[in-house]
Design a protein around this ligand. Structure first.
Ligand SMILES: C[S@@+](CC[C@H](N)C(=O)[O-])C[C@H]1O[C@@H](n2cnc3c(N)ncnc32)[C@H](O)[C@@H]1O
Length: 199
């Protein structure tokens, strides 16, 4: 990898407006999943690599009280704070996902274009860290690109469902792991909707 995908890299991308991943709103698969969510209002929810965190805004609007967003880039957290001033400031974690404390555990982790933004060498560690952060029976849900973006030193990095399955299988039972039917048009047919339960 030419450039380290560190905090400075991500902060620079926000500063330069190179945020092509940002859909500007919650994406349909997550919106639909959240509309059926039946977790208690005090459930602990983590959105890692949250960016501008439209998912956090949606869940906050639904009355969830313990949503945490983690990101390396101050600009990402600032964007949520600006849009949703009532979102608790202490739930904005300027932190490396891999260094987040595992206690108390989370009930739900939401994935949206974070996995594909990581150096692919970190994928096994991502699966392991998600498992470490969740309570037994806790859920990792969201979207993973099931597509080849071609060679690049910059994210997004693609992959296949077979590859991903191997990372998650040691820690999770698979409830959903199939092509999303309601992706945004440019992502149609290229995303997996996943809902995995920690063993
Ligand atoms: C491609 S963006 C996706 C943002 C958001 N999930 C979305 O869909 O709009 C990846 C995000 O992950 C953050 N990030 C990258 N590595 C991280 C890490 N190790 N820990 C926490 N956040 C990280 C970046 O700052 C960036 O905001």
């Amino acid at each position: 990898m030419d450039s380290p995908l560190d905090a400075a890299y991500w902060q620079e991308r926000y500063a330069a407006g190179r945020t092509g991943w940002d859909a500007g709103a919650i994406t349909p698969p997550l919106r639909e999943y959240f509309s059926q969510l039946e977790l208690p209002a005090n459930s602990r929810i983590l959105i890692p690599g949250a960016g501008r965190a439209y998912e956090a805004e949606a869940l906050h609007g639904q009355g969830y009280k313990n949503i945490f967003v983690a990101d390396l880039a101050p600009a990402a957290l600032a964007a949520l704070h600006q849009r949703v001033p009532g979102f608790p400031a202490e739930h904005l974690l300027l932190a490396d996902f891999f260094a987040l404390p595992a206690q108390p555990p989370y009930d739900l982790i939401v994935e949206q274009t974070f996995f594909c933004a990581l150096d692919p060498a970190l994928r096994p560690a991502y699966a392991q860290k998600c498992a470490e952060l969740l309570r037994p029976g806790g859920t990792l849900m969201g979207l993973l690109f099931d597509t080849d973006f071609g060679p690049s030193s910059e994210p997004p990095f693609g992959g296949t469902r077979e590859e991903y399955r191997a990372y998650f299988a040691p820690y999770f039972n698979f409830h959903h792991f199939e092509t999303a039917y309601n992706s945004l048009p440019p992502r149609q047919g290229r995303e997996l909707f996943i809902c995995l339960k920690k063993k």
